[in-house]
Design a protein around this ligand. Structure first.
Ligand code: ADP
Ligand code: ADP
Ligand code: MG
Length: 721
């Protein structure tokens, strides 16, 4: 697997080699130092692999865990000692994990992020069992894990907070009246929330009740607690956070800040350090407030203090503290040249922080700019709905000192719908921000993933959008730049021809007559000889409203001789030659002025969920960018021509469970009116009416039903064009 370490990492073979006068390990401290020789990694995916890498580098033995759906996952094979916890949710089984740690002589547990990482109860049980929890004390987790309580502590410590109500009266009337006095818009947040879940913006009093119950349901579902707080919704903020570190001796450091304003679903997708266009005095002030926050709870280890920064006023407010290693920690590693997992281990061993604040700043000032892009299996064109399925093809950009890829998957692995759909993190460093942004755009262009839909193209469009490139970021960036970021590219004739030849080949490879390996190896040229064939495609991202037609592209292919074809599409017609390499499964087509190469992915393996078959899209990576084309089946073509009564139905965008149905047959609905609420991967998505004045004819599935992708959900009366 191509996984690259952080650029110019601390070149030390043992921890704490770099010593400063202020923080040097004194002889009197060595009594408190307990070197770690064996740790258990209680997490999965890229973070388990990343922790393992540092452990291996420092001669620490690791034990990893997996669950039934993760049995074939990379992290389960990243250590020679790996144990099956059983069912999907067992990464949260505290007793089982502790018993394994004890039985196998692990001195410490690294919890990664998510799962048990911010669970004070678990940290307490570790201590009782004599196992070091690599993280802060249970009381610091308790103080900070509750967004309401942490705000009280911060207010007392002189750290500014967003105005709001975080009291214990959870009655709807109290919360609504507090919202009224804060003034709309307000934000409802689960006090135990994380990962952007359990959060709802409320624009006006009329929506409050619905939004409150939705936030509570999601919070209960994700965090087992439905307490909420209400705070002022800041309309044009940036998300700026500070990486802090503290040791057992009361020393704290700010390892710079990260700007994580580019978000969807209140969750980060691009993170960078330093924050662009930020006044140096404000920057230093934020660092200082973050250290004060850490010190207020006697923090130990790695933590992140998140602030919301009002671009208009230059004021910032404490939002929350994450008492764990953060997903985006590599950005900080790139700009400090430090290994934060190694630092976590050092602190857990009872060592002092090895640098002073001045020394950290010196490093930050000389190491340029870093950006991370989170690569997710999700569909930006359908509201960033998570996707899952087998990674049929993966091609990574070349890793280097300045390009790092942290991933838990390789080609052939499956992104499971049971867990987070993040596939990888791509982190780049440049001398300047401009340099880093350019490198990131190129690396994203080089990154190919076929199988689940990903956000790679979307991330690339973000990098290339002018305001981002020039550092004008804010949390509302994506909706504000909608037209620019979601612009549709039309497939070129070359792309369509390549898709048609791929389909032709694919149908031969996966023909049930022979198994795919032999037919691949014996393939020379389609033998459908001189007869001409027509193919129909539609782009995968096009989601036509009921009653309107998707664009169908037709390609006609006629074979003239083995490997030589006469093709026509989009009013163009030409003779081309095409070769197929069965070993690499690549199809190369020579057009008059260019060449297209694509991997042929056999369709038998594209079913994303057991029991929920889906049609296989064709993935093409071309000089014009990547395309996903869906073969337009006869029923689709018929639908496009408006000849079936299914033309006015709304289809499920992904495999999901129907939580709520808000309309009934006969209802006339407005555009964007809420029709249904569905749930997938513990996330709620509202399905809204695609048009104005539609009449609901039939609700095909009821509450509680579990359906696959592309299943009819609501049928409307015929819509007059
Ligand atoms: P970060 O703040 O490090 O960028 P995210 O907020 O995106 O990370 O969350 C990282 C992962 O941890 C996600 O998988 C998210 O669902 C999970 N997560 C975060 N906070 C919690 C929490 N309190 N409880 C459970 N899972 C959480
Ligand atoms: P989580 O624990 O899910 O990470 P946060 O409290 O950190 O929740 O908020 C997540 C994101 O939601 C922030 O990064 C920011 O974009 C947005 N957000 C949070 N609070 C506010 C607010 N008061 N006003 C506007 N946006 C906010
Ligand atoms: Mg947060």
């Amino acid at each position: 697997m191509l996984v690259k370490h952080g650029a110019r990492r601390l070149r030390t073979s043992a921890p704490a080699i770099i010593r400063s006068k202020q923080n040097s390990t004194r002889a009197s401290d060595s009594a408190g130092i307990k070197p770690l020789e064996s740790i258990l990694i209680a997490n999965r995916g890229e973070i388990a692999i990343r922790v393992n890498r540092t452990a291996a580098k420092h001669g620490i033995r690791t034990t990893t865990l997996y669950t039934d759906p993760d049995a074939a996952a990379q992290h389960a094979h990243s250590s020679s000692r790996s144990f099956n916890l059983g069912q999907t949710s067992e990464y949260l089984n505290q007793a089982k994990i502790l018993a394994l740690a004890k039985d196998h002589g692990c001195q410490a547990i690294h919890p990664g992020y998510g799962f048990l990482s911010e669970n004070a109860d678990f940290a307490r049980k570790c201590a009782e069992a004599g196992i070091t929890f690599i993280g802060p004390s249970p009381s610091a987790i308790d103080d900070m894990g509750d967004k309401a309580r942490s705000k009280e502590i911060m207010n007392a410590a002189g750290v500014p907070c967003v105005p709001g109500y975080h009291g214990s009266d959870q009655s709807e009337s109290k919360l609504a009246s507090e919202a009224e006095s804060i003034g709309y818009p307000v934000l409802i947040k689960a006090v135990r929330g994380g990962g952007g879940k359990g959060m709802r913006i409320v624009q006006s009093a009329g929506e409050f009740s619905d939004m409150l119950s939705s936030a509570r349901r999601e919070a209960m579902n994700s965090f087992g607690n439905d307490e909420v707080l209400v705070e002022k919704y800041i309309t044009t903020p940036r998300h700026i956070e500070v990486q802090v570190f503290a040791d057992k001796y009361g020393n704290s450091l700010a390892l710079g800040e990260r700007d994580c304003s580019i978000q969807r679903r209140h969750q980060k997708i691009l993170e960078e350090s330093p924050a662009p266009e930020l006044d140096d005095s404000i920057r230093k002030d934020i660092w200082q407030k973050a250290r004060a926050a850490a010190e207020a709870v006697k923090y130990e280890g790695a933590g992140t203090v998140e602030f919301i920064f009002d671009n208009d006023t230059g004021k910032f407010y404490f939002m929350e503290m994450n008492t764990r290693l953060q997903v985006e920690h590599p950005v900080t590693e790139m700009v400090t040249g430090l290994d934060l997992v190694q630092w976590q281990t050092m602190v857990a061993e009872g060592r002092r922080l090895p640098l002073t604040q001045d020394e950290v700043e010196e490093r930050i000032n000389s190491r340029g700019h870093a950006i991370e892009a989170r690569i997710y299996a999700e569909n930006p064109d359908k509201g960033f709905i998570p996707d899952s399925g087998k990674l049929l093809h993966v091609r990574l950009p070349a890793a280097s000192d300045d390009i790092r890829i942290d991933t838990g998957f390789i080609e052939g692995d499956t992104v499971s719908s049971h867990y987070d759909p993040m596939i990888a993190k791509l982190i780049v460093r440049g001398e300047t921000r401009e340099d880093a942004v350019r490198k990131l755009a190129v690396a994203l262009e080089e990154y190919e993933v076929a199988g689940p839909v990903t956000n790679i193209d979307f991330l690339k469009r973000c990098c290339e959008s002018k305001d981002f490139a020039e550092g004008r970021v804010e949390t509302g960036y994506i909706p504000k730049h909608h037209d620019e970021l979601f612009s549709k590219r039309q497939p070129t004739p070359e792309v369509l021809v390549q898709a048609a030849l791929s389909s032709l080949l694919q149908s031969q490879i996966s023909s049930p007559v022979s198994d795919s390996t032999t037919s691949l190896l014996s393939w020379s040229a389609p033998q459908s000889n001189l007869q001409s064939r027509r193919f129909h495609f539609r782009t995968d991202d096009e989601d036509p409203a009921p009653g309107s037609s998707p664009t169908i592209y037709e390609v006609e292919v006629q074979q003239r001789a083995p490997g030589s074809y006469q093709v026509s599409t989009l009013g163009q017609s030409y003779t081309i030659s095409s070769t197929f390499n069965p070993l690499t499964k690549t199809l190369t087509t020579y057009f008059p002025h260019t060449r297209h190469t694509s991997r042929i992915i056999t369709s038998d393996s594209t079913s994303s969920e057991p029991g929920i078959p889906s049609s296989a899209p064709i993935h093409l990576f071309t000089p014009q960018g990547s395309f996903r084309l869906q073969s337009a089946t006869p029923s689709w073509v018929a639908k496009a021509l408006g000849t079936t009564e299914k033309a006015n139905s709304l289809l499920s965008p992904m495999p999901c469970k129907i939580l709520r149905v808000d309309v009934k047959p006969g209802d006339v609905v407005k555009k964007d009116q809420m029709l249904l609420v569905i749930e997938s991967m513990k996330m709620e998505t509202v399905i809204r009416s695609p048009g104005e004045g539609l009449v609901v004819r039939r609700i095909v599935h009821g509450e509680g039903d579990v359906v696959g992708s592309g299943v009819e959900l609501v049928e409307f009366e015929e819509v007059e064009q």
